[in-house]
Design a protein around this ligand. Structure first.
Ligand code: ZN
Length: 627
């Protein structure tokens, strides 16, 4: 099973028809077209939700992942921010110094069930599979969800003589900004690392910059490691060790010199877990992450969010730098795949690349002349960036096919498709204009996040997350005022109002395509954690950036002025399918991502768990019986 995150069926077919993806074309056209299907995603069609359904074979109401962000069980409206948490993984450093990771999904991934039943599994880089799942006969490397050493999704560091105090105090999302002062050609700075156990402080890594050695370059010293770099030169991965009293944590990072001249500017990747001595295990068995480095002959990016979208979005690195880093990461990912594939020691191999998703998020703007961030000069240079990643996918599949035997089955899938994101809706402002949300002292907007300025005694509904609305429900929210009896009428009012909403500044375009009832689409044992409404935006629209963390700007709409310009996380599942390709005829007409887990069970002659939501794509066991 090869996963390519976010591969969109419209682009795929367009480029296949243009003859640009020859290997995928062969698969699509084989068996009178039975090798290709749209693959139904989850509602909402986004990676944490869909990959967790892939893993567990269950719908979101059962596995409990509804978005990147989850509402805490008891928001604390009076005087403090409401509780929001990362929905997928918790990672905490305990006072003892132990780093404890927990996957917040409910359910068991199919590879673990099969690995314990005697199927020899290799799972590489599956999103939201952290911490790794122990198996009797399996090995896995966790993908998205593995944090960096700061215990975040990924935080790069920008070190520059041009950094302002304001930037240091309010860095862009996913980044840290460090002011560099150079005196007599030498400057010092500190990189922040893991939490000091039992404290709010962080461990620090001292670093020194010395200009002029090598000639025209710079020497960067990081905790004893010395790098001699020229402008625009990436270092190799560097091992670092952060120390606080008896706690020692190892990591790896790369340094890029962005500029030496008028300003001195460095870009430092998030500090990743060390494959040979991880902060917390991110492979099973623990030593597998080291074995992968040994086989590659060098370190590889270990942070789950492995492409630096935040740095490009903050416009601290440029397109060329982002793509060069992506290229290096994807070369390693492919090499890992081909190396495992060539070994005769597995029955089920799962591998995922996220580059197809990240490149579409960041470069959609250069394929759409109407996008606020369209730039003709950049489009000329990078307008094919998404196509190039699909061509990398095509080449990877071609290489995989040459290594497969006649009896082997290949399944290629994406977890969702893609849409344009030109305009954002400030959902909380809309709720306020419809008398459903009130700010303290009658204010018309709030620049603060986390709904801190909301008057909860007058608020009936609020929006947080990528496309979710919750009622301020009595007995659930701490200061809830909406009774269960009133809830259906309010939900209907929001449903009708948002569907009727038109963007009068943009030719009266429809903004919201569908409003799904949480009670209807999220049934199962985790339904109590689900939102009350799930929004599905029309093409070109999404929840505004500010809404995600509970912000309430004054206007109703905002142009999306970010380079993160394509999205799918709050799109309509009915028009955001992923893709499914196989070297065998797929018998199901309308398969869904929950069908992969039962397919694997049937394939290996194992009984399909009764709680699975999907059905096998094939009718009979295809693999030789496992011992
Ligand atoms: Zn995505």
């Amino acid at each position: 099973m090869l996963g390519f995150d976010g591969v969109d069926p419209r682009w795929l077919t367009q480029w296949v028809h243009a003859g640009k993806l020859p290997t995928l074309q062969k698969l699509m056209e084989a068996d009178s077209g039975k090798g290709y299907r749209l693959l139904g995603s989850t509602n909402p069609p986004q990676s944490p939700v869909a990959w967790t359904s892939f893993a567990t074979g269950t719908a979101p109401g059962d596995h409990g992942i509804f978005d990147f962000i989850a509402r805490g069980s008891n928001p604390a409206p009076s005087g403090g921010p409401i509780q929001l948490r990362v929905a997928t993984t918790s990672f905490e450093v305990q006072p003892s110094g132990a780093a404890v990771a927990r996957n917040l999904r409910s359910g068991v991934p199919f590879w673990q069930t099969l690995g314990n039943a005697g199927v020899r599994v290799v799972a590489l880089n599956v999103p939201y599979s952290f911490p790794p799942d122990p198996m009797r006969d399996g090995r896995m490397l966790s993908g998205l969800g593995v944090p960096d050493l700061r215990e975040t999704n990924s935080t790069f560091t920008y070190v520059g003589t041009d950094v302002t105090d304001e930037q240091q105090q309010h860095p862009p999302g996913g980044g840290a900004m460090t002011k560099l002062v150079i005196k007599a050609g030498v400057g010092h700075f500190e990189l922040e690392g893991p939490s000091v156990p039992g404290s709010a402080d962080r461990m620090k890594l001292p670093a020194t910059v010395k200009l002029g050695t090598p000639a025209g370059g710079v020497t960067v010293t990081l905790a004893g490691t010395t790098l001699a770099l020229l402008p625009q030169q990436w270092s190799d991965f560097v091992e670092v060790e952060l120390v606080h009293e008896s706690t020692r944590v190892k990591g790896i990072l790369k340094v890029l010199v962005l500029e030496l001249g008028k300003q001195t500017r460095l870009f430092i990747t998030p500090i990743g877990f060390h494959p040979r001595d991880p902060y917390a295990p991110f492979s099973y068995p623990r030593a597998f992450s080291a074995q992968l480095a040994d086989e590659l002959g060098h370190f590889y990016k270990t942070v789950g969010w492995d492409h630096d979208t935040s740095a490009l979005n903050a416009e601290l690195i440029d397109e060329a730098t982002f793509l060069a880093d992506m290229d290096a990461v994807e070369k390693d990912r492919r090499q890992m795949l081909l190396t495992r594939l060539a070994k005769p020691d597995w029955d089920l191999l799962i591998w995922v690349s996220t580059a197809t998703d990240r490149v579409a998020h960041m470069f959609y703007r250069l394929m759409d002349k109407q996008h606020p961030r369209y730039d003709a000069a950049l489009a000329k240079k990078y307008g094919d960036a998404v196509l190039h990643e699909y061509q990398r996918m095509d080449a990877t599949v071609a290489q995989v096919l040459t290594k497969l035997g006649a009896e082997d089955t290949l399944l290629i899938l994406s977890d969702h498709g893609f849409h344009n994101y030109r305009r954002g809706l400030h959902v909380n402002q809309w709720l306020m204009q419809h008398g459903l949300l009130a700010l303290q002292a009658g204010a018309r907007s709030s620049s603060r996040e986390l709904l801190v300025d909301v008057d909860w005694t007058k608020t009936k509904a609020y929006a947080v997350g990528t496309g979710q609305i919750y009622l301020n429900l009595a007995g659930r929210e701490r200061d809830g005022i909406v009774s269960r009896a009133d809830a259906p009428r309010l939900l209907q009012q929001i449903h009708d109002g948002l569907l009727a909403l038109r963007d009068t500044e943009r030719a009266a375009a429809q903004v919201v395509r569908q409003v799904y009832s949480g009670a209807q689409i999220f049934t199962g044992m985790r339904a109590a954690d689900a939102p009350d409404l799930q929004l599905a935006f029309a093409e070109n629209y999404r929840t505004s950036w500010q809404t995600i963390l509970g912000g309430i700007p004054g206007a109703l709409f905002a142009d999306n002025d970010k380079k993160w310009s394509g999205d799918h996380a709050a799109s309509d599942v009915s028009e955001t399918s992923g893709i499914l390709l196989s070297n065998r005829p797929i018998m199901r007409q309308a398969p869904s991502i929950v069908d992969l887990a039962p397919t694997a069970h049937v394939y290996f002659g194992q009984s399909v768990p009764t709680h699975y939501a999907g059905k096998s794509l094939f009718s009979a066991p295809l693999a030789a019986p496992t011992p």
